[in-house]
Design a protein around this ligand. Structure first.
Ligand code: AMP
Length: 249
Protein backbone atom coordinates (compact mmCIF):
# COMPACT_ATOMS: atom_id res chain seq x y z
CA UNK A 1 0.00 0.00 0.00
CA UNK A 2 1.24 3.47 -0.91
CA UNK A 3 0.92 6.45 1.43
CA UNK A 4 0.69 9.95 0.00
CA UNK A 5 1.85 12.78 2.27
CA UNK A 6 1.15 16.38 1.21
CA UNK A 7 3.79 18.68 2.70
CA UNK A 8 3.56 22.47 2.65
CA UNK A 9 6.42 24.98 2.67
CA UNK A 10 5.67 27.64 5.27
CA UNK A 11 7.51 30.34 7.22
CA UNK A 12 9.56 28.56 9.89
CA UNK A 13 7.72 28.47 13.21
CA UNK A 14 10.64 30.18 14.99
CA UNK A 15 10.55 33.24 12.73
CA UNK A 16 8.96 36.41 14.09
CA UNK A 17 6.35 37.27 11.47
CA UNK A 18 6.42 40.79 10.01
CA UNK A 19 3.42 42.20 8.17
CA UNK A 20 4.10 43.86 4.79
CA UNK A 21 3.85 47.65 4.81
CA UNK A 22 0.76 47.57 2.54
CA UNK A 23 -1.02 44.99 4.75
CA UNK A 24 -1.52 42.52 1.87
CA UNK A 25 0.27 39.72 3.72
CA UNK A 26 3.45 38.86 5.58
CA UNK A 27 7.06 39.37 4.51
CA UNK A 28 8.43 36.30 2.75
CA UNK A 29 11.61 37.77 1.25
CA UNK A 30 14.79 36.39 2.89
CA UNK A 31 12.73 34.58 5.52
CA UNK A 32 13.58 31.05 6.72
CA UNK A 33 11.05 28.61 5.33
CA UNK A 34 10.47 25.04 6.56
CA UNK A 35 8.08 22.14 6.28
CA UNK A 36 4.78 22.78 8.07
CA UNK A 37 5.29 21.11 11.52
CA UNK A 38 2.08 19.04 11.29
CA UNK A 39 3.31 17.71 7.92
CA UNK A 40 6.56 16.53 9.53
CA UNK A 41 4.35 14.52 11.88
CA UNK A 42 2.47 13.15 8.85
CA UNK A 43 5.73 12.10 7.15
CA UNK A 44 6.92 10.46 10.40
CA UNK A 45 3.69 8.49 10.75
CA UNK A 46 3.87 7.29 7.13
CA UNK A 47 7.51 6.23 7.62
CA UNK A 48 6.64 4.32 10.80
CA UNK A 49 3.88 2.44 8.93
CA UNK A 50 6.36 1.59 6.18
CA UNK A 51 8.98 0.46 8.69
CA UNK A 52 6.35 -1.74 10.35
CA UNK A 53 5.83 -3.44 6.96
CA UNK A 54 2.33 -2.01 6.56
CA UNK A 55 3.10 0.32 3.66
CA UNK A 56 5.29 -0.16 0.62
CA UNK A 57 6.03 3.38 -0.48
CA UNK A 58 5.83 6.90 0.97
CA UNK A 59 5.32 9.68 -1.59
CA UNK A 60 5.70 13.34 -0.57
CA UNK A 61 3.82 15.90 -2.64
CA UNK A 62 3.99 19.68 -2.46
CA UNK A 63 2.28 22.43 -4.40
CA UNK A 64 4.13 25.72 -4.58
CA UNK A 65 6.60 27.99 -6.40
CA UNK A 66 10.40 27.88 -6.71
CA UNK A 67 12.23 26.33 -3.76
CA UNK A 68 9.21 24.21 -2.79
CA UNK A 69 11.37 21.27 -3.87
CA UNK A 70 13.55 21.97 -0.79
CA UNK A 71 10.60 20.99 1.39
CA UNK A 72 10.07 17.81 -0.62
CA UNK A 73 13.81 17.08 -0.22
CA UNK A 74 13.38 17.37 3.56
CA UNK A 75 10.66 14.71 3.41
CA UNK A 76 12.97 12.53 1.28
CA UNK A 77 15.81 13.03 3.79
CA UNK A 78 13.49 11.90 6.58
CA UNK A 79 12.90 8.70 4.55
CA UNK A 80 10.14 9.25 1.97
CA UNK A 81 10.80 7.32 -1.24
CA UNK A 82 10.00 9.89 -3.91
CA UNK A 83 8.47 13.30 -4.42
CA UNK A 84 5.97 15.07 -6.64
CA UNK A 85 6.31 18.84 -7.06
CA UNK A 86 3.32 20.64 -8.54
CA UNK A 87 5.06 23.85 -9.55
CA UNK A 88 3.07 27.09 -9.36
CA UNK A 89 3.88 30.74 -10.05
CA UNK A 90 2.67 31.93 -6.66
CA UNK A 91 2.72 30.66 -3.07
CA UNK A 92 -0.47 30.48 -1.02
CA UNK A 93 -2.66 28.33 -3.27
CA UNK A 94 -6.05 28.07 -1.53
CA UNK A 95 -7.15 24.78 0.07
CA UNK A 96 -9.83 23.92 -2.53
CA UNK A 97 -7.35 24.17 -5.41
CA UNK A 98 -4.79 22.16 -3.40
CA UNK A 99 -7.43 19.51 -2.66
CA UNK A 100 -8.39 19.28 -6.37
CA UNK A 101 -4.75 18.77 -7.36
CA UNK A 102 -4.31 16.15 -4.63
CA UNK A 103 -7.45 14.38 -5.87
CA UNK A 104 -5.89 14.17 -9.36
CA UNK A 105 -2.65 12.77 -7.91
CA UNK A 106 -4.60 10.25 -5.84
CA UNK A 107 -6.30 9.08 -9.06
CA UNK A 108 -2.85 8.42 -10.61
CA UNK A 109 -1.08 6.96 -7.58
CA UNK A 110 -3.95 5.06 -5.89
CA UNK A 111 -2.62 5.33 -2.31
CA UNK A 112 -4.37 3.49 0.52
CA UNK A 113 -3.89 6.46 2.85
CA UNK A 114 -3.37 10.17 2.44
CA UNK A 115 -1.93 11.70 5.62
CA UNK A 116 -1.99 15.50 5.84
CA UNK A 117 -1.27 17.98 8.60
CA UNK A 118 -4.36 19.15 10.45
CA UNK A 119 -3.52 22.71 9.44
CA UNK A 120 -0.84 24.77 7.81
CA UNK A 121 0.65 27.23 10.31
CA UNK A 122 0.69 30.04 7.75
CA UNK A 123 -2.98 30.24 6.75
CA UNK A 124 -4.43 28.18 9.67
CA UNK A 125 -7.16 27.05 7.26
CA UNK A 126 -7.65 23.49 8.55
CA UNK A 127 -9.57 22.70 5.36
CA UNK A 128 -7.47 20.78 2.85
CA UNK A 129 -7.78 17.27 4.31
CA UNK A 130 -11.53 17.62 4.80
CA UNK A 131 -12.03 18.97 1.27
CA UNK A 132 -9.89 16.20 -0.22
CA UNK A 133 -11.88 13.49 1.59
CA UNK A 134 -15.12 15.06 0.35
CA UNK A 135 -13.90 15.31 -3.27
CA UNK A 136 -12.71 11.69 -3.19
CA UNK A 137 -15.78 10.42 -1.35
CA UNK A 138 -13.41 8.74 1.17
CA UNK A 139 -13.71 8.37 4.92
CA UNK A 140 -11.70 10.87 6.94
CA UNK A 141 -10.35 11.06 10.49
CA UNK A 142 -9.03 14.47 11.47
CA UNK A 143 -6.75 15.45 14.40
CA UNK A 144 -5.32 11.94 14.76
CA UNK A 145 -3.33 11.33 17.95
CA UNK A 146 -2.96 7.55 17.37
CA UNK A 147 -3.13 5.50 14.18
CA UNK A 148 -3.40 1.69 14.09
CA UNK A 149 -3.51 0.20 10.61
CA UNK A 150 -5.42 -3.08 10.26
CA UNK A 151 -6.35 -5.22 7.30
CA UNK A 152 -8.37 -2.94 5.03
CA UNK A 153 -9.22 -0.66 7.94
CA UNK A 154 -7.53 1.94 10.10
CA UNK A 155 -8.31 2.74 13.73
CA UNK A 156 -7.74 6.36 14.63
CA UNK A 157 -7.82 8.00 18.04
CA UNK A 158 -8.75 11.69 17.95
CA UNK A 159 -8.36 14.37 20.56
CA UNK A 160 -11.72 15.98 21.13
CA UNK A 161 -12.99 18.40 23.78
CA UNK A 162 -12.63 16.74 27.17
CA UNK A 163 -11.38 13.36 25.99
CA UNK A 164 -10.53 10.95 23.20
CA UNK A 165 -12.62 9.42 20.43
CA UNK A 166 -11.62 6.24 18.59
CA UNK A 167 -12.90 5.65 15.06
CA UNK A 168 -12.60 2.76 12.63
CA UNK A 169 -12.43 3.68 8.94
CA UNK A 170 -12.41 1.54 5.81
CA UNK A 171 -9.43 2.14 3.53
CA UNK A 172 -8.68 4.10 1.44
CA UNK A 173 -8.96 7.03 3.81
CA UNK A 174 -7.75 10.53 4.56
CA UNK A 175 -6.12 11.30 7.93
CA UNK A 176 -4.93 14.59 9.39
CA UNK A 177 -2.33 14.72 12.14
CA UNK A 178 -2.50 16.32 15.57
CA UNK A 179 0.53 17.44 17.57
CA UNK A 180 0.72 14.43 19.88
CA UNK A 181 0.64 11.72 17.19
CA UNK A 182 4.42 11.29 17.22
CA UNK A 183 7.73 13.10 17.46
CA UNK A 184 9.21 13.49 13.98
CA UNK A 185 12.76 12.29 13.41
CA UNK A 186 15.62 14.55 12.34
CA UNK A 187 17.17 13.75 8.98
CA UNK A 188 20.70 12.38 9.47
CA UNK A 189 23.55 13.66 7.31
CA UNK A 190 23.85 10.37 5.33
CA UNK A 191 20.10 10.45 4.70
CA UNK A 192 20.31 14.08 3.53
CA UNK A 193 22.98 12.96 1.05
CA UNK A 194 20.91 9.95 -0.05
CA UNK A 195 17.86 12.19 -0.54
CA UNK A 196 19.68 14.15 -3.23
CA UNK A 197 19.46 11.08 -5.47
CA UNK A 198 15.78 10.34 -4.83
CA UNK A 199 13.44 11.33 -7.69
CA UNK A 200 11.15 14.37 -7.64
CA UNK A 201 8.68 14.52 -10.54
CA UNK A 202 7.69 18.03 -11.64
CA UNK A 203 4.07 18.56 -12.63
CA UNK A 204 1.78 21.52 -13.41
CA UNK A 205 -1.75 22.19 -12.15
CA UNK A 206 -2.84 22.90 -15.75
CA UNK A 207 -2.27 19.20 -16.58
CA UNK A 208 -5.44 18.43 -14.63
CA UNK A 209 -7.25 21.66 -15.54
CA UNK A 210 -7.25 22.90 -11.94
CA UNK A 211 -7.91 26.64 -11.70
CA UNK A 212 -5.56 28.27 -9.17
CA UNK A 213 -7.26 31.69 -9.23
CA UNK A 214 -7.84 32.79 -5.61
CA UNK A 215 -11.47 32.96 -4.48
CA UNK A 216 -10.65 35.10 -1.47
CA UNK A 217 -9.34 38.64 -1.31
CA UNK A 218 -7.20 39.61 1.68
CA UNK A 219 -8.56 42.94 2.91
CA UNK A 220 -6.12 43.48 5.77
CA UNK A 221 -3.33 41.79 7.71
CA UNK A 222 -2.51 43.30 11.08
CA UNK A 223 0.03 42.54 13.77
CA UNK A 224 -1.19 41.85 17.31
CA UNK A 225 -1.31 45.02 19.40
CA UNK A 226 1.86 45.36 21.47
CA UNK A 227 1.75 44.82 25.23
CA UNK A 228 2.09 47.92 27.40
CA UNK A 229 5.05 48.01 29.77
CA UNK A 230 4.54 46.78 33.36
CA UNK A 231 5.40 48.67 36.54
CA UNK A 232 7.51 47.73 39.58
CA UNK A 233 5.89 48.00 43.02
CA UNK A 234 7.83 48.48 46.24
CA UNK A 235 5.51 46.61 48.62
CA UNK A 236 2.70 44.08 48.80
CA UNK A 237 0.39 46.82 50.06
CA UNK A 238 1.08 48.91 46.95
CA UNK A 239 0.39 45.84 44.75
CA UNK A 240 -2.94 45.22 46.50
CA UNK A 241 -3.79 48.90 45.98
CA UNK A 242 -3.11 48.66 42.24
CA UNK A 243 -5.11 45.44 41.94
CA UNK A 244 -8.06 47.09 43.72
CA UNK A 245 -7.88 50.11 41.41
CA UNK A 246 -7.83 47.78 38.39
CA UNK A 247 -10.90 46.00 39.76
CA UNK A 248 -9.08 42.65 40.05
CA UNK A 249 -9.69 42.48 43.82
P1 AMP B 1 -4.64 23.96 5.47
O1 AMP B 1 -5.99 23.41 5.09
O2 AMP B 1 -4.16 25.05 4.55
O3 AMP B 1 -4.58 24.39 6.92
O4 AMP B 1 -3.58 22.78 5.28
C1 AMP B 1 -3.77 21.48 5.86
C2 AMP B 1 -2.79 20.50 5.27
O5 AMP B 1 -2.99 20.39 3.85
C3 AMP B 1 -1.31 20.85 5.42
O6 AMP B 1 -0.84 20.47 6.71
C4 AMP B 1 -0.69 20.01 4.30
O7 AMP B 1 -0.59 18.64 4.67
C5 AMP B 1 -1.75 20.13 3.20
N1 AMP B 1 -1.45 21.27 2.29
C6 AMP B 1 -2.00 22.50 2.29
N2 AMP B 1 -1.47 23.27 1.33
C7 AMP B 1 -0.54 22.51 0.70
C8 AMP B 1 0.39 22.72 -0.39
N3 AMP B 1 0.46 23.89 -1.03
N4 AMP B 1 1.19 21.69 -0.76
C9 AMP B 1 1.12 20.50 -0.11
N5 AMP B 1 0.29 20.25 0.91
C10 AMP B 1 -0.52 21.22 1.32
Amino acid sequence: MKILVPVKRVVDYNVKIRVKADGTGVELANIKMSMNPFDEIAVEEALRLKEAGKATEVIAVSIGPVKTDETIRTALAMGADRGIWVKTEEAGIEPLAVAKILKAIVAEEAPGLVILGKQAIDDDCNQTGQMLAALLGWAQATFASKVALGDGTVEVTREIDGGLQTLSLDLPAVLTTDLRLNEPRYASLPNIMKAKKKPITERGAAEWGVDLTPRLQVLATTEPTGRTAGIKVSSAAELVGHLKTAGVL
